[in-house]
Design a protein around this ligand. Sequence first.
Ligand code: GLN
Length: 487
Amino acid sequence: MELYQKTAAELSKMLRNKECSAVEVTKSVFDRIRQKEDTVGAYVTLTEDKALEKAGEVDQKLAAGEELSPLAGIPVGVKDNICTQGILTSCASKMLYNFVPPYNATAYDKLLKQDMVITGKCNMDEFAMGSSTETSYFKKTANPHDPSRVPGGSSGGSAAAVSAGEAIVALGSDTGGSIRQPAGFCGIVGLKPTYGSVSRYGLVAFASSLDQIGPMGKSVADTAMLYTAICGRDPMDATSAAREYPDFYQNLNSNVKGLTIGIPKEYFGEGIEPEVKQMVMDAVKLLEQNGATVKEISLPSTGYALNAYYIIASAEASSNLARYDGVKYGYRTSEYTSLEDMYLKTRSEGFGDEVKRRIMLGTFVLSSGYYDAYYKRAKLLQKQIAAEFAAAFEGCDVIATPTTPYSAFKLGENIDDPLKMYAGDICTVTVNIAGLPAMSLPCGMDSKGMPVGMQLIGPKFSEQTLFDAAFGYESLVGGFTTSAVEK
Ligand code: GLN
């Protein structure tokens, strides 16, 4: 087995037992990148020199017997909407094609403090708007299981990198499913944390009330390790929660006895492929056979969630993206006759079609005369959806659903039909609307040979319960073998 195929937990032990060095791990990952990147295209920017330098430092510290974080020396990919000082942070947009941040996002800074090795910046849908990584200005990313299919999005580069072995773990961001859906499509684990548990400082804003940075890995343990590293109160983010967090990795417990799993019938209805339903239900059954209790529940407003999500997310996006005006930083059109002409041309040329669609939709729903009809009603629905989840959690510990209605679709299949693309987010958007944590974990391969994801949703700050339930399932199936590290 090559080093790039291993999990962070395995490599961490090997580094301490001197079975390999951090430089060897990093070299293995970059050799794999050279082998795969032409077909997968997971990265916008690679940082090999910095990575090797950092790995060398870790080896020196280990040799000196320094006490290091379990993540020290582990190669990590970072989504390109997370600010990295001195490294291009483009959000996969022409608008930020030259933006090299003078500061670090808190989540990234925490990885540096843990002595992690940054492989580079991962491709994504432009400004995190999309579900296929096809709206990137730079390139499309392919699914490492089948390059004719999408890796999902918007954190498609992060998911593809981890699945292919082009990174050991990665950071993504999730506004309406962008960690969970690509994790599901690529056969890996991804967590969208409770809103407020990971600092958004330095995360380029899409929809500020929904955005969260989160971890992606090949195993539950890796995801728990990375989450433990990035969560926590940050005075730089006013929405960050003031609380203490345990070490989720050290606390992992695979016993599912006594766990009550709710199955919301609305997530298993029309539009969800029968094979996907079956695979998720089989996974739930396995948990039941090992001591979990399963009960049917109802979340009646699920059918309105997509409408509410696309209104709220677009409204916030239209406001957040107003800052890209060609004046302060980023792209500026080359020829213009007046200030207004400069704004107009800069924004027309700098943003792609999907981003423009969201800005127009968001501006429309916030405009006087339409605000009450759309935005206000979406906010009321948001309350309703959150209340229905809260009521459901009085009777169960976690809720299990498919992550997506279907496995990875073909490149080009949905890109010209935005509504069809949006419809695929039906299972994930409710979680962001309600501010809850949820993770996607692999529950096998379908008849197309593509991975299928199961989503586990919990009450706010129940990450340990989610990790434990997922770890229980992973242990029962004898570990996940759905990534593409062996392809
Ligand atoms: N696919 C959803 C959208 O396009 C979610 C994106 C995300 O979570 N960043 O808005």
